[in-house]
Design a protein around this ligand. Structure first.
Ligand code: SAH
Ligand code: SF4
Length: 411
C-alpha cells in the first residue's frame, strides 16, 4: 500500500464495516448513562423489574463486545431485539474516508447525521500508534467559539457541540477498525486485556473546546472509563483546555481525568492576545485552578502545552517566566512547534532555538519534550473536521491538518 492510500471501508474486509447513516436516524443507545438507557427502555414498554438486567446486558454488548447491530446480541430474546431495532440504533457514524500512514498513524473522516433541522457534520479522528501504547485524538465540537490567534480552528465559527454519542462513537469506531473488540465467536465475558489494546490512551485534543461542551464530554468520558464497559483508566485519558477555569474545577471533581492546559504564554498581556479566554480567566485564576486539581503528584502531572512562536513567546525570559509560573505544580511541558496555515502572521521558532528553550526548562527539572509530528504523509491531524458549511479548500485543509499534528500522545 502506498503511504497515502485512501481506504474505502469495503477494502478493509477483516474488520466490521460501519453502517451508512440513516436519513432520519433513530435515537442511539450509545452515549446514554445507565439511568438514561433505563428510561428509554421503560418508555418503550420494558417492565420495571427487567430494566436493570436489560441495561446491564446492553452495556456489555455495546461497550465490552463492541457490537453495532442488535441481532448480534445472542442472549437477548428475538422479540426484544425486534423492539430495540424498531426504536433505537447502535450504528457507528459513516466513514467517509480512512487513511493509513506508513508510520501506522490512521485518520478517519466521519460523518454524523443531522440533529433536528441541522446539517450533517464531519469530524476527523486520528490514531497514533507508539511503542507500547496507541493514542486516539478525539474532537468535542464542530468548530470552536474561541479565537486563539495562532489556531486555525479559531478562525472558524462554532457549528455545534458534539453529543456524548458522537464523542464516544469516535472511540468505538476506532476500536472496531483496529480490531480492539473481542471476536464475535469469543466466549461471553471476554474482555480485551488492557495491555493488548490498540487504543490504550485517549486525548480530547481534537477540534473544539471540550470544557464548552462539558456535559457531553463528561458523559462520554465516564462511559469510556466505566469498569464494566470500555474500562479505559482515567490516567490514560487527557482533556486539553484553553483555560475555562470554572469547568477545570468541575473536571477535577466530576470527571477526574488527566488535564492539559493550552498555556502558550506566561504573561497576561501576551496571553490575552494569543488565547483570548485569558481576558476572562487570567493566569492567576488559571494557575489557582491547576494547583487545586485533585490527585496531582509527580506521577500525575498536568501537561502544559506551549506553542513555539518565533519572536513572540520564545525568549529565554519567557522560559524563565514559565519555570516561575509552574513553581509548585506537578507539571510537564509540551513544546509544540507552530504549524503555519494560510493567512497567519506567525512563524515557527527555529529548531535550534526550540532546543535551547527546551534545554533551559529541562535544566530546571521539567520534562519538556518537543512534539515530533506523526503521520506527516497523510497529514494526520488531531480533530480537523469539515462540516458542509465550513468545508475548507483542500489546500487550506491540508495546511491546517499539518498544523495540528504536533499535539498527539501523552506520557
Ligand atoms: N481547544 C482545546 C483543545 C484543542 S488541543 C485547547 O485549546 O486546549 C489542540 C492543541 O493544539 C492546543 O494546545 C492548541 O493550542 C494547539 N494548537 C492550535 N493551533 C496550533 C498551531 N497552529 N500550531 C501548533 N499547535 C496549535
Ligand atoms: Fe479553540 Fe483550542 Fe483552537 Fe483556541 S486553541 S481556538 S480553544 S481549538
Amino acid at each position: 500500500m502506498s503511504a497515502t492510500d485512501v481506504i474505502t471501508p469495503s477494502r478493509l474486509k477483516p474488520m466490521p464495516v460501519s453502517q451508512p447513516v440513516e436519513l432520519s436516524p433513530k435515537p442511539s443507545l450509545i452515549g446514554l448513562t445507565r439511568e438514561e438507557m433505563g428510561a428509554a427502555l421503560k418508555e418503550k414498554g420494558v417492565a420495571d423489574k427487567q430494566i436493570k438486567m436489560r441495561v446491564a446486558q446492553l452495556w456489555n454488548w455495546i461497550y465490552v463486545r463492541g457490537v453495532s447491530d442488535f441481532d448480534a446480541m445472542a442472549n437477548v430474546s428475538k422479540d426484544m431485539r425486534e423492539m430495540l431495532k424498531t426504536h433505537f440504533t447502535i450504528a457507528r457514524p459513516e466513514i467517509v474516508e480512512e487513511q493509513v500512514s506508513n508510520d501506522g498513524t490512521r485518520k478517519w473522516l466521519l460523518r454524523y447525521p443531522p440533529r433536528g433541522a441541522g446539517r450533517p457534520v464531519e469530524v476527523e479522528t486520528v490514531y497514533i500508534p507508539e511503542e507500547g501504547r496507541g493514542t486516539l485524538c478525539i474532537s468535542s465540537q464542530v468548530g470552536c467559539s474561541l479565537t486563539c490567534s495562532f489556531c486555525h480552528t479559531g478562525t472558524q465559527r462554532l457549528v455545534r457541540n458534539l453529543t456524548a454519542e458522537e464523542i464516544l462513537s469516535q472511540l468505538l469506531l476506532a476500536r472496531d477498525r483496529l480490531g480492539d473488540f473481542p471476536d464475535r465467536e469469543a466466549p461471553q465475558g471476554t474482555i480485551m486485556p488492557a495491555e493488548g489494546r490498540k487504543v490504550s490512551n485517549i486525548v480530547m485534543m481534537g477540534m473544539g473546546e471540550p470544557l464548552y461542551n462539558f456535559d457531553s464530554v463528561k458523559t462520554a468520558l465516564l462511559i469510556a472509563s466505566d469498569g464494566d464497559g470500555l474500562s479505559l483508566s482515567k490516567r490514560r485519558i487527557t482533556l486539553s483546555t484553553s483555560g475555562v477555569v470554572p469547568e477545570i474545577y468541575r473536571t477535577g471533581e466530576e470527571i477526574g481525568v488527566m488535564l492539559a492546559i493550552s498555556l502558550h504564554a506566561v504573561r497576561d498581556d501576551l496571553r490575552d492576545m494569543l488565547v483570548p479566554i485569558n481576558k476572562k480567566y487570567p493566569l492567576k485564576e488559571l494557575m489557582d485552578a491547576c494547583r487545586a486539581y485533585p490527585g496531582l503528584s509527580n506521577a500525575r502531572r498536568i501537561t502544559f502545552e506551549y506553542v513555539m512562536l518565533k519572536g513572540v513567546n520564545d525568549s529565554l525570559e519567557d522560559a524563565k517566566g514559565l519555570i516561575q509560573l509552574l513553581k509548585g505544580v506537578p507539571a510537564k511541558i509540551n513544546l509544540i512547534p507552530f504549524n503555519p496555515w494560510p493567512g497567519t502572521n506567525y512563524q515557527c521558532s527555529d529548531w535550534e532555538h526550540i532546543e535551547k528553550f527546551a534545554d533551559f526548562i529541562n535544566s530546571a527539572g521539567y520534562a519538556s519534550p518537543i512534539r515530533t509530528p506523526r503521520g506527516r504523509d497523510i497529514l494526520a491531524a488531531c480533530g480537523q473536521l469539515k462540516s458542509e458549511s465550513e468545508r475548507m479548500r483542500k489546500t487550506e485543509r491540508l495546511a491546517f491538518e499539518a498544523m495540528m499534528i504536533a499535539n498527539h500522545g501523552e506520557d
